[in-house]
Each structure stands twice: as structure tokens, then as C-alpha cells.
Write a protein that binds this ligand. Structure first.
Ligand code: BT5
Length: 264
């Protein structure tokens, strides 16, 4: 291993203070978000983390499947932030920044795709799934799920996904990656909860995949445009051919043109 590769494989230690202070490791489960959700309902404290080596029914947004074979990282955290319920969905952006920084620490040229994807060379390395538990308008807990292809590439998504090993060009120690991930995600959760979206948006845009064209649905009508950034509330901004800017508030954005290599 070259000196440079060694440095990449062993970044300086950085410890989370509260995220993962209580940690439950499972060989297998249905979904770590379900496990963490159960723990949250049973009173688990802020920062409790569940990690599985594989999931039988890993899920993404809107009932999509998250392929979860052994060799990936499947992690969910219970958070009890003092934020209103409406502030939960944009938390995805803050988590994405921490996830992106953790991957970059190990040399992966990772970039963010709105709202919850981490890409390398236009292939998906990781995804974030944020879910809220509430009573009426009162937020009880947030469950943050993160799935990362560490050293495995699920065959069902082999064309569109990438592993961290491939993205970084070297095998990454699982525990070192978890330590970086927890520390960096913790930092960005604190910024989001303490400062708000204004601290998140510039950082997210700095890490955003550039040169993306996307197809979205705006007010029920299909729209194709260039991704230009985020609005103040975290909505995605698309510029159409006429130069008009549109806000995409929810739903998916399908990337239809590969990203340009990011400059890191
Ligand atoms: C996501 O959903 O990207 C959120 C994924 C969150 C997974 C974590 S793992 C720990 C925790 N426990 C859970 O059960 N979930 C969370 P979405 O944006 O809906 O993307 C789903 C899409 O990504 C699928 O429809 C596939 O196209 C693709 N996909 C599925 N598995 C993948 C994988 N392992 N790697 C890359 N892409 C994948």
C-alpha cells in the first residue's frame, strides 16, 4: 500500500460525542429503521444507534426496496431533537452532508443528489431515510436511516450503484468508517438543530452533484430542467429551457444526464 493510500485508509480519529453512545449491533434484521423505531417508542435515548450486517427488508422512500446484503452498512439512529415536525424532512439534507464528508474522508469523490442520495460517478453509493414519530403536531422522535454499500455491490442494482471500496479505490475498515460517519453526521445534526437550514444549504450546495439535468413533476406537470441548487427552505431549484426557475418541493427527481466530475 502506498503512503497516500495508507493515509486515506486511516484518517485522523474523530469521535462522536453522543451519536452512537448507545449502540446495538445485529447480525441481521428486517429493517434497522423498524428496530430503531421500536426502541424509540420504548423510550430509547437521543443518539441510540442500531447497526445491522444485513437486512431482510431494507427500505427506501415510498416503499422502495433498499438492497441490503452482507458487506453493506445499515445504520439507524434515534434522535430526539427539539424541532417542529415540519423541520424533519429537511434534516435529510444535513445527514447527507455528514455522510458525504465521511465518504470523502476515505477518498471517495462523493457528491449529493437531492434529496437523499450520495453518488460517485453518477452511481449510488448511499441513501438516507428520515422518518418521524409524532403525536399530533408534537415530535416524539426522528429515526435516521443510512445505507452504504461498503465492500459489496448488490446484484439487483449493479448497473446503478457503487461500493465504497470501488469509489475509494481501496478497502475501507468498517469500524473506521462508522466512527467517521457518526462523528460527521452528529456535527451536521447539531448545526441543523442549533442554527437551522441556513447553515445547511450552502454546505449542501458545495457538495451537490454539478451538471445534472433532471426530470420532475411540478404542480402535476412534467418538467425537465437543469439542477441549479436549493431554495431557502430546502426545495430543489430547476431551470427550464426558457431560463425560468422552478421549485421542486417533494417527490422524486430523476437524473437524466450524468454529472460532471466534481472538483473536491
Ligand atoms: C433511499 O431510498 O435511498 C434510502 C435508503 C435508506 C436505507 C437505510 S439502510 C438502514 C435503514 N434501514 C432501512 O430499512 N432503510 C434505511 P430511495 O431514495 O427511495 O432509493 C431507493 C432506490 O435506490 C431503489 O429503488 C433502487 O433503485 C436503489 N437501490 C436499492 N438498493 C440500493 C443499494 N444497496 N445501493 C444503491 N442503490 C440502491
Amino acid at each position: 500500500m502506498t503512503f497516500e493510500a495508507l493515509l486515506r485508509a486511516a484518517p485522523p480519529p474523530l469521535a462522536a460525542r453522543w451519536l452512537g453512545s448507545q449502540r446495538i449491533d445485529l447480525a441481521e434484521c428486517g429493517s434497522t429503521n423498524d428496530e430503531a423505531g421500536r426502541l424509540a417508542r420504548a423510550g430509547a435515548r437521543h443518539g441510540t444507534v442500531v447497526i445491522a450486517e444485513s437486512q431482510r427488508s431494507g427500505r427506501g422512500r415510498d416503499g422502495r426496496v433498499w438492497q441490503s446484503p452482507k458487506g453493506g452498512l445499515y445504520l439507524s439512529a434515534v434522535l430526539r431533537p427539539t424541532i417542529p415536525l415540519v423541520s424533519v424532512p429537511p434534516m435529510t439534507l444535513a445527514i447527507g452532508i455528514g455522510l458525504c464528508d465521511a465518504a470523502r474522508t476515505f477518498g471517495a469523490p462523493a457528491v449529493l443528489k437531492w434529496p437523499n442520495d450520495l453518488l460517485v460517478e453518477d452511481r449510488k453509493l448511499a441513501g438516507v431515510l428520515v422518518e418521524a414519530q409524532s403525536q399530533g403536531q408534537r415530535l416524539d422522535a426522528v429515526v435516521v436511516g443510512i445505507g452504504v454499500n461498503l465492500d459489496t455491490l448488490p446484484e439487483q442494482v449493479s448497473e446503478t450503484a457503487i461500493s465504497l471500496t470501488e469509489a475509494a479505490g481501496t478497502l475501507i475498515d468498517r469500524e473506521l468508517f462508522i466512527a467517521q460517519l457518526l462523528a460527521r453526521v452528529e456535527r451536521w445534526i447539531e448545526r441543523y438543530v442549533g442554527v437551522g437550514l441556513e447553515a445547511i444549504i450552502p454546505a449542501w450546495q458545495e457538495r451537490m452533484a454539478t451538471g445534472l439535468a433532471a426530470r420532475a413533476t411540478v404542480d402535476g406537470a412534467p418538467l425537465t430542467g437543469e439542477v441549479t441548487g436549493l431554495d431557502l427552505d430546502g426545495a430543489l431549484l430547476l431551470r427550464d429551457e426558457a431560463g425560468q426557475i422552478h421549485r421542486v418541493r417533494s417527490g422524486d427527481v430523476e437524473v437524466i444526464r450524468p454529472s460532471v466530475s466534481p472538483s473536491l
